[in-house]
Ligand binder design. Structure first.
Ligand code: NAD
Length: 298
Protein backbone atom coordinates (compact mmCIF):
# COMPACT_ATOMS: atom_id res chain seq x y z
CA UNK A 1 0.00 0.00 0.00
CA UNK A 2 1.07 3.56 -0.66
CA UNK A 3 0.30 6.28 1.92
CA UNK A 4 0.69 10.02 2.24
CA UNK A 5 1.94 11.73 5.38
CA UNK A 6 0.34 15.19 5.75
CA UNK A 7 2.24 17.40 8.21
CA UNK A 8 0.87 20.75 9.48
CA UNK A 9 -2.85 20.82 10.25
CA UNK A 10 -3.47 24.50 10.95
CA UNK A 11 -6.10 26.79 9.44
CA UNK A 12 -5.21 25.63 5.92
CA UNK A 13 -3.64 22.21 6.48
CA UNK A 14 -6.63 20.70 8.33
CA UNK A 15 -9.22 21.29 5.56
CA UNK A 16 -6.66 20.38 2.87
CA UNK A 17 -5.79 17.09 4.58
CA UNK A 18 -9.50 16.28 4.88
CA UNK A 19 -9.93 16.83 1.11
CA UNK A 20 -6.81 14.75 0.37
CA UNK A 21 -8.00 11.86 2.56
CA UNK A 22 -11.11 11.49 0.39
CA UNK A 23 -8.95 10.14 -2.45
CA UNK A 24 -5.68 8.84 -0.90
CA UNK A 25 -4.77 6.90 2.20
CA UNK A 26 -3.60 9.77 4.40
CA UNK A 27 -1.77 9.81 7.72
CA UNK A 28 -1.87 13.19 9.51
CA UNK A 29 0.54 14.79 11.98
CA UNK A 30 0.85 18.13 13.76
CA UNK A 31 3.08 19.28 16.60
CA UNK A 32 0.08 20.69 18.47
CA UNK A 33 -1.43 17.93 20.57
CA UNK A 34 -4.88 16.55 19.65
CA UNK A 35 -4.87 18.34 16.28
CA UNK A 36 -4.23 15.15 14.27
CA UNK A 37 -6.92 13.29 16.24
CA UNK A 38 -9.41 16.09 15.55
CA UNK A 39 -8.71 15.96 11.79
CA UNK A 40 -8.91 12.14 11.80
CA UNK A 41 -12.26 12.28 13.61
CA UNK A 42 -13.70 14.42 10.78
CA UNK A 43 -12.26 12.45 7.85
CA UNK A 44 -10.86 9.18 6.56
CA UNK A 45 -7.34 10.21 7.69
CA UNK A 46 -5.38 8.31 10.32
CA UNK A 47 -3.72 10.29 13.14
CA UNK A 48 -0.01 9.86 13.87
CA UNK A 49 1.21 10.87 17.33
CA UNK A 50 4.96 10.76 16.64
CA UNK A 51 7.00 10.90 13.44
CA UNK A 52 9.18 8.09 14.77
CA UNK A 53 6.10 5.82 14.35
CA UNK A 54 5.81 6.69 10.65
CA UNK A 55 4.35 3.68 8.76
CA UNK A 56 6.52 1.90 6.13
CA UNK A 57 3.86 2.59 3.47
CA UNK A 58 4.59 6.38 3.40
CA UNK A 59 5.96 7.46 0.01
CA UNK A 60 4.46 10.97 -0.27
CA UNK A 61 4.96 13.74 2.29
CA UNK A 62 2.85 16.90 2.10
CA UNK A 63 3.93 19.88 4.22
CA UNK A 64 1.65 22.78 5.21
CA UNK A 65 3.82 24.63 7.74
CA UNK A 66 4.03 28.36 8.56
CA UNK A 67 7.39 29.15 6.91
CA UNK A 68 10.72 27.83 5.64
CA UNK A 69 12.05 27.95 9.19
CA UNK A 70 9.70 25.11 10.26
CA UNK A 71 10.25 23.22 6.99
CA UNK A 72 14.05 23.28 7.42
CA UNK A 73 13.79 22.37 11.09
CA UNK A 74 11.62 19.37 10.22
CA UNK A 75 13.55 18.08 7.20
CA UNK A 76 17.20 18.75 7.97
CA UNK A 77 17.21 20.21 11.50
CA UNK A 78 16.05 18.55 14.67
CA UNK A 79 13.35 16.51 12.88
CA UNK A 80 15.92 15.05 10.44
CA UNK A 81 13.02 13.72 8.39
CA UNK A 82 15.04 13.43 5.17
CA UNK A 83 16.96 10.55 6.72
CA UNK A 84 13.75 8.81 7.85
CA UNK A 85 11.90 8.90 4.51
CA UNK A 86 12.22 6.04 2.00
CA UNK A 87 14.22 6.62 -1.21
CA UNK A 88 11.96 7.36 -4.20
CA UNK A 89 9.49 9.23 -2.01
CA UNK A 90 8.25 12.71 -2.93
CA UNK A 91 7.98 15.79 -0.71
CA UNK A 92 5.35 18.36 -1.71
CA UNK A 93 5.77 21.61 0.22
CA UNK A 94 2.44 23.46 0.00
CA UNK A 95 3.24 26.25 2.47
CA UNK A 96 4.42 29.66 1.29
CA UNK A 97 8.16 29.08 1.63
CA UNK A 98 11.30 30.97 0.61
CA UNK A 99 12.45 30.05 -2.91
CA UNK A 100 16.15 29.86 -1.94
CA UNK A 101 15.45 27.57 0.99
CA UNK A 102 13.23 25.39 -1.21
CA UNK A 103 15.98 25.04 -3.84
CA UNK A 104 18.54 24.06 -1.17
CA UNK A 105 16.19 21.51 0.40
CA UNK A 106 15.30 20.06 -3.02
CA UNK A 107 19.01 19.55 -3.75
CA UNK A 108 19.52 17.88 -0.37
CA UNK A 109 16.45 15.68 -0.91
CA UNK A 110 17.80 14.74 -4.35
CA UNK A 111 20.94 13.46 -2.61
CA UNK A 112 18.72 10.95 -0.78
CA UNK A 113 16.86 9.98 -3.99
CA UNK A 114 13.79 11.93 -2.87
CA UNK A 115 11.79 14.13 -5.29
CA UNK A 116 10.78 17.66 -4.21
CA UNK A 117 8.09 20.01 -5.43
CA UNK A 118 6.94 23.40 -4.12
CA UNK A 119 3.18 23.84 -4.49
CA UNK A 120 1.98 26.85 -2.48
CA UNK A 121 -1.70 27.68 -2.60
CA UNK A 122 -4.02 30.65 -2.96
CA UNK A 123 -7.69 30.97 -2.03
CA UNK A 124 -7.56 30.93 1.76
CA UNK A 125 -9.56 28.86 4.21
CA UNK A 126 -12.88 28.98 2.24
CA UNK A 127 -11.30 27.44 -0.90
CA UNK A 128 -9.24 24.98 1.17
CA UNK A 129 -12.50 23.72 2.68
CA UNK A 130 -14.08 23.11 -0.74
CA UNK A 131 -10.95 21.76 -2.48
CA UNK A 132 -10.93 24.69 -4.92
CA UNK A 133 -7.54 26.24 -4.23
CA UNK A 134 -5.28 27.66 -6.92
CA UNK A 135 -1.97 25.80 -6.69
CA UNK A 136 1.28 27.19 -8.12
CA UNK A 137 3.76 24.41 -8.78
CA UNK A 138 7.55 24.47 -9.13
CA UNK A 139 9.62 21.39 -9.87
CA UNK A 140 11.09 19.02 -12.46
CA UNK A 141 8.44 17.84 -14.95
CA UNK A 142 8.50 14.24 -13.72
CA UNK A 143 8.16 15.33 -10.10
CA UNK A 144 5.30 17.69 -10.91
CA UNK A 145 3.52 14.90 -12.84
CA UNK A 146 3.82 12.69 -9.79
CA UNK A 147 2.47 15.39 -7.47
CA UNK A 148 -0.51 16.29 -9.70
CA UNK A 149 -3.00 13.58 -8.59
CA UNK A 150 -2.47 14.70 -4.98
CA UNK A 151 -2.78 18.39 -5.85
CA UNK A 152 -6.02 17.77 -7.77
CA UNK A 153 -7.69 16.60 -4.55
CA UNK A 154 -7.15 20.09 -3.06
CA UNK A 155 -7.18 22.49 -5.99
CA UNK A 156 -9.35 23.33 -8.97
CA UNK A 157 -6.69 25.40 -10.76
CA UNK A 158 -3.16 24.01 -10.89
CA UNK A 159 -0.51 26.12 -12.59
CA UNK A 160 2.97 24.72 -13.21
CA UNK A 161 5.25 27.78 -13.21
CA UNK A 162 8.76 26.38 -13.73
CA UNK A 163 11.65 24.78 -11.88
CA UNK A 164 11.69 24.05 -8.19
CA UNK A 165 11.30 27.27 -6.16
CA UNK A 166 9.29 29.12 -8.82
CA UNK A 167 5.97 28.18 -7.20
CA UNK A 168 7.20 30.00 -4.09
CA UNK A 169 8.26 33.02 -6.16
CA UNK A 170 4.83 33.19 -7.84
CA UNK A 171 3.04 32.86 -4.50
CA UNK A 172 5.08 35.63 -2.81
CA UNK A 173 4.55 37.99 -5.74
CA UNK A 174 0.81 37.22 -5.77
CA UNK A 175 0.55 37.98 -2.07
CA UNK A 176 2.45 41.23 -2.49
CA UNK A 177 -0.31 42.30 -4.90
CA UNK A 178 -3.07 40.86 -2.70
CA UNK A 179 -1.81 42.68 0.44
CA UNK A 180 -1.36 45.93 -1.48
CA UNK A 181 -4.93 45.53 -2.78
CA UNK A 182 -6.50 45.17 0.65
CA UNK A 183 -4.48 48.11 1.97
CA UNK A 184 -5.59 50.36 -0.88
CA UNK A 185 -9.20 49.15 -0.59
CA UNK A 186 -9.24 50.07 3.14
CA UNK A 187 -7.59 53.38 2.28
CA UNK A 188 -10.38 54.03 -0.24
CA UNK A 189 -13.10 53.41 2.37
CA UNK A 190 -11.47 55.82 4.78
CA UNK A 191 -11.11 58.55 2.10
CA UNK A 192 -14.76 58.08 1.08
CA UNK A 193 -15.97 58.11 4.67
CA UNK A 194 -14.20 61.43 5.35
CA UNK A 195 -16.21 62.84 2.43
CA UNK A 196 -19.52 61.55 3.78
CA UNK A 197 -19.91 58.28 1.86
CA UNK A 198 -20.56 55.27 4.12
CA UNK A 199 -18.09 52.37 3.97
CA UNK A 200 -20.89 50.02 2.87
CA UNK A 201 -21.87 52.31 -0.02
CA UNK A 202 -18.24 52.80 -1.10
CA UNK A 203 -17.65 49.03 -1.09
CA UNK A 204 -20.73 48.67 -3.31
CA UNK A 205 -19.24 51.29 -5.66
CA UNK A 206 -15.87 49.52 -5.83
CA UNK A 207 -17.47 46.13 -6.38
CA UNK A 208 -19.50 47.30 -9.33
CA UNK A 209 -16.74 49.49 -10.80
CA UNK A 210 -13.16 49.22 -11.98
CA UNK A 211 -11.72 49.48 -8.46
CA UNK A 212 -12.97 45.92 -7.83
CA UNK A 213 -10.56 43.21 -6.58
CA UNK A 214 -10.78 40.03 -4.50
CA UNK A 215 -9.90 42.26 -1.53
CA UNK A 216 -12.90 44.52 -2.15
CA UNK A 217 -15.30 41.73 -3.10
CA UNK A 218 -14.52 39.24 -0.35
CA UNK A 219 -12.35 40.81 2.34
CA UNK A 220 -14.07 44.19 2.69
CA UNK A 221 -17.57 42.76 2.65
CA UNK A 222 -17.04 39.59 4.71
CA UNK A 223 -14.38 40.61 7.24
CA UNK A 224 -13.58 44.35 7.36
CA UNK A 225 -16.99 46.06 7.19
CA UNK A 226 -18.63 43.57 9.63
CA UNK A 227 -15.50 44.12 11.80
CA UNK A 228 -15.07 40.41 12.59
CA UNK A 229 -11.57 40.20 11.00
CA UNK A 230 -11.83 36.40 10.68
CA UNK A 231 -10.33 35.57 7.27
CA UNK A 232 -8.02 32.96 8.85
CA UNK A 233 -4.87 34.34 7.22
CA UNK A 234 -2.53 35.80 9.81
CA UNK A 235 -1.11 39.33 9.45
CA UNK A 236 2.37 38.00 10.26
CA UNK A 237 2.16 35.36 7.51
CA UNK A 238 1.13 38.13 5.09
CA UNK A 239 4.19 40.18 6.12
CA UNK A 240 6.37 37.08 5.69
CA UNK A 241 5.13 36.67 2.11
CA UNK A 242 5.62 40.36 1.33
CA UNK A 243 9.16 40.22 2.72
CA UNK A 244 9.96 37.23 0.45
CA UNK A 245 8.70 39.09 -2.62
CA UNK A 246 10.45 42.34 -1.72
CA UNK A 247 13.65 40.34 -1.14
CA UNK A 248 13.46 39.05 -4.74
CA UNK A 249 13.38 42.56 -6.14
CA UNK A 250 16.37 43.24 -8.35
CA UNK A 251 15.54 46.78 -9.44
CA UNK A 252 14.30 49.91 -7.71
CA UNK A 253 11.21 50.07 -9.93
CA UNK A 254 8.72 48.66 -7.43
CA UNK A 255 7.82 51.76 -5.41
CA UNK A 256 4.09 50.99 -5.04
CA UNK A 257 4.37 47.50 -3.54
CA UNK A 258 7.51 48.48 -1.61
CA UNK A 259 5.73 51.34 0.13
CA UNK A 260 2.70 49.09 0.86
CA UNK A 261 5.12 46.68 2.55
CA UNK A 262 6.76 49.46 4.57
CA UNK A 263 3.37 50.84 5.69
CA UNK A 264 1.97 47.43 6.70
CA UNK A 265 5.19 46.47 8.50
CA UNK A 266 5.03 49.70 10.49
CA UNK A 267 1.31 49.19 11.22
CA UNK A 268 1.98 45.80 12.84
CA UNK A 269 3.11 47.51 16.07
CA UNK A 270 -0.40 48.95 16.60
CA UNK A 271 -2.12 45.56 16.47
CA UNK A 272 -2.27 42.94 19.23
CA UNK A 273 -1.08 39.34 19.34
CA UNK A 274 -1.67 37.20 16.25
CA UNK A 275 -3.85 39.65 14.30
CA UNK A 276 -5.70 38.51 11.18
CA UNK A 277 -4.41 40.22 8.02
CA UNK A 278 -7.80 41.88 7.46
CA UNK A 279 -7.07 43.93 10.61
CA UNK A 280 -5.33 46.22 8.15
CA UNK A 281 -8.81 47.81 8.26
CA UNK A 282 -8.25 48.75 11.90
CA UNK A 283 -5.13 50.71 10.92
CA UNK A 284 -7.45 52.86 8.79
CA UNK A 285 -9.91 53.50 11.63
CA UNK A 286 -12.37 50.87 10.33
CA UNK A 287 -12.31 48.81 13.54
CA UNK A 288 -14.42 49.05 16.66
CA UNK A 289 -13.14 50.36 18.98
CA UNK A 290 -10.61 52.36 16.97
CA UNK A 291 -7.01 51.49 17.81
CA UNK A 292 -5.23 53.89 20.11
CA UNK A 293 -3.11 56.44 18.30
CA UNK A 294 -2.64 56.57 14.57
CA UNK A 295 -2.09 53.02 13.27
CA UNK A 296 -0.17 54.22 10.25
CA UNK A 297 1.78 57.16 11.67
CA UNK A 298 5.49 57.06 10.87
P1 NAD B 1 -1.25 27.92 10.86
O1 NAD B 1 -0.33 28.66 11.77
O2 NAD B 1 -2.73 28.00 11.09
O3 NAD B 1 -0.86 26.36 10.86
C1 NAD B 1 0.43 25.86 10.87
C2 NAD B 1 0.39 24.47 11.56
O4 NAD B 1 1.68 23.89 11.47
C3 NAD B 1 0.03 24.56 13.05
O5 NAD B 1 -1.03 23.67 13.32
C4 NAD B 1 1.32 24.14 13.76
O6 NAD B 1 1.10 23.44 14.98
C5 NAD B 1 1.94 23.21 12.71
N1 NAD B 1 3.38 23.03 12.84
C6 NAD B 1 4.35 23.97 12.98
N2 NAD B 1 5.57 23.38 13.01
C7 NAD B 1 5.35 22.04 12.88
C8 NAD B 1 6.21 20.90 12.82
N3 NAD B 1 7.54 21.01 12.91
N4 NAD B 1 5.66 19.69 12.69
C9 NAD B 1 4.29 19.54 12.62
N5 NAD B 1 3.44 20.58 12.65
C10 NAD B 1 3.97 21.81 12.79
O7 NAD B 1 -0.88 28.40 9.38
P2 NAD B 1 -1.82 28.40 8.08
O8 NAD B 1 -2.62 29.65 8.06
O9 NAD B 1 -2.47 27.06 7.95
O10 NAD B 1 -0.70 28.57 6.93
C11 NAD B 1 0.17 27.52 6.55
C12 NAD B 1 0.95 27.96 5.33
O11 NAD B 1 0.03 28.27 4.26
C13 NAD B 1 1.78 29.25 5.54
O12 NAD B 1 2.96 29.15 4.80
C14 NAD B 1 0.87 30.35 4.98
O13 NAD B 1 1.63 31.48 4.57
C15 NAD B 1 0.22 29.62 3.82
N6 NAD B 1 -1.11 30.11 3.41
C16 NAD B 1 -2.05 30.45 4.35
C17 NAD B 1 -3.31 30.88 3.91
C18 NAD B 1 -4.41 31.26 4.89
O14 NAD B 1 -5.42 31.83 4.44
N7 NAD B 1 -4.29 30.97 6.17
C19 NAD B 1 -3.60 30.96 2.54
C20 NAD B 1 -2.61 30.57 1.61
C21 NAD B 1 -1.37 30.14 2.07
Amino acid sequence: MSSTLFIGLGRMGAPMAIQHARSFHTVVFDLASDTAERVAAKSDAVALSSLSDMPESIDTIILMLPSSREVEELLVGRGDLLTLIKRDSIIIDMGSSEPESTRRLAAQAGGFGIAYVDAPVSGGVPKAATGELSILVGGADAHVARALPHLRTMGSKIIPVGDVGTGDVAKAVNNLVSATNIAVACEALSIAESSGISRERMAEVLNSSTGRSQASELKLTEYVIPRNFTSGFAYDLMLKDMAIAVGLETSTRTPVTRSAFDVLKRGRASLGTEPDHTEIGRLYGLGDPPIAGEGLSP
